[in-house]
Design a protein around this ligand. Structure first.
Ligand SMILES: Nc1ncnc2c1ncn2[C@@H]1O[C@H](COP(=O)(O)OP(=O)(O)OP(=O)(O)O)[C@@H](O)[C@H]1O
Length: 240
């Protein structure tokens, strides 16, 4: 699905292939696997921020080729691990979605989400560039949530947060999911977090989606040796 070229024109290497999967409305997926498997790349492909070299992605049966990229990115929103703040104040950043998509800015909702994520102390007229890494990450999450997407692609969004703040992010997204039915694919290396925030787990290994299973089943009884090894479970006789 996505090629990884290396320098000096050497033969391109297939990063992953043969992935067939779907996300149901309101479903919460944890995407896990060892570093370098292509989890972030898969999210970026799904958000149409990276181009796939083959295969098809579709939203409600409409393929990416038939859909307007801007409209797609409003409905499928990628939240990066390294939050990028736009020039201007925190409020300017929060207003991005409404400005870009010509929709009214919900001041009350923005304030509520900032509070839920432990950012109520921030003066939103402050320069966004001056925020700490963890603050930027949460402001960027609020900015994305204000888009009202139906699928959030969350790329290690709590990686630079303390435990307390990370829990607030999880709780806020859980409430968001309960009240709005927003689906998510959450890339995380924290396996306890993966179990808390998902109904289904996608496990990437060996250049493909090696397992796609309900989260409880995956963690109790993974079916591949790759997953057993990843979860540090004893070997079984189950084959890859
Ligand atoms: N645009 C690109 N061109 C070439 N190689 C790329 C590109 N994007 C990512 N890669 C490479 O593809 C591989 C997968 O990267 P990716 O960040 O998707 O993995 P990951 O599973 O999310 O890793 P991690 O868990 O460490 O964040 C890495 O070796 C990376 O260097």
């Amino acid at each position: 699905m996505k090629y990884k070229g290396n320098a000096e024109g050497a033969a391109a290497e297939l990063l992953f292939s043969g992935i067939t999967a779907s996300v149901r409305q309101g479903e919460r997926i944890a995407l896990i696997g060892t570093s370098g498997q292509g989890k972030s790349t898969l999210l970026r492909v799904l958000a149409r921020l990276d181009l796939h070299d083959g295969g098809r992605i579709a939203l409600h049966q409409r393929s990416s080729e038939e859909s307007d990229a801007r409209e797609w990115r409003k409905r499928v929103c990628y939240v990066a691990q390294q939050a990028v703040m736009l020039p201007g104040s925190i409020e300017d950043n929060l207003r991005t979605a409404s400005r870009l998509h010509g929709q009214p800015y919900d001041d009350e909702l923005a304030g509520r989400l900032m509070g839920c994520l432990g950012l109520e102390h921030l003066d939103i007229s402050k320069r966004a560039a001056d925020l700490s890494g963890g603050e930027k990450q949460r402001v960027s999450l609020v900015r994305s949530m204000l888009l009202g997407s139906e699928l959030l692609l969350l790329d290690e969004i709590t990686a630079s947060l303390d435990k307390n703040s990370a829990r607030k992010v999880e709780e806020t997204l859980d409430e968001w999911h309960q009240t709005r039915g927003t689906a998510s694919i959450w890339v995380t290396h924290d396996l306890e977090q993966a179990q808390r925030v998902s109904d289904r787990t996608w496990f990437m290994a060996n250049g493909t989606l090696a397992e796609d299973a309900p989260t409880d089943a995956f963690f109790e009884q993974p079916t591949t040796e790759a997953a057993r090894s990843f979860l540090q479970l004893p070997n079984s006789t189950v084959s890859l």
